[in-house]
Design a protein around this ligand. Sequence first.
Ligand code: SAM
Length: 283
Amino acid sequence: MTASARWRRLVRARLAEIERLEPGRGTVGAQYWNAARARRYAAQVGTTVKDDPLFRRVRAEVGRDSSVLDVGAGTGRFSLALAPRVRHVTAVDPSPAMLRVLDREARRLGAHNVHPVVGTWEEVEVAPADVSVCSYVLPLIEDARGFLAKLDAATGQRAFVYMNAASADLLVDALWRHFHGRPRRPSPTYLDAVAVLAEVGVTAEVEAVEVPTRSHFPTLAAAVKAYRDLLVLPDAPAVRRELHALLASWLVEDHGALRPPLRSWPAAIVSWRPRATRAGGPH
Ligand SMILES: C[S@@+](CC[C@H](N)C(=O)[O-])C[C@H]1O[C@@H](n2cnc3c(N)ncnc32)[C@H](O)[C@@H]1O
């Protein structure tokens, strides 16, 4: 089996599991990333990028004249942090709700060089950029090969893909098994991504880094809501009560908020020089 076929099988099995547990929910597309999730996501990740290893790595790669493509930009933590350092940022995402948060924040910051584009990466037509960033998106994509080939073709200088280096499922594995009685179907990993890139003709570099824990919850009730969503559990009083008790004994207090009892999580920065550049072609 090819790496891209294996990837597709893993993504489909995981989506099918979610569909079985909560029909119609999905984990991709605008209907999943709705206004409520966009708000919660922005609240969780909003301020963490300045200490983020990928941000530091991309910052070193760009200059005042650079153009940046942020694929699956979400609420825009990378787009907005990079905007003051570059000429132009194109932020692609299929979720209007996520991009609305990004756009609002861009206006507030006076970042007029950030241009949101609504659509999936597979379907949009955008100009190529010097540097592309795709952070925590790839495991949601069935056709990783087509997605990565398009990213390669749209990048002139260096492409960056950011993924967990250890599955985040490990962190909540005990809770998943407790409620569902079996392990979760696994996601593809960064090693699968490297294998798919090899199929596209790209030899990627991988840097393992530690990312500060992003999950912070203002209250236990907010944590219960977020973990019920993460664990694909029904919104039933008994489930909420049980989750409340389990999280109360597991989450720790940190600067007036609650977070899981770890300060960082390993991630992989997968990056490469695009084929066209390596071949001395135009960019
Ligand atoms: C976990 S969020 C990551 C957001 C942002 N890159 C970050 O690191 O904060 C995943 C994002 O991928 C987007 N997404 C899902 N499918 C996509 C696709 N086919 N093309 C582009 N973006 C996609 C979702 O709408 C969502 O905003």
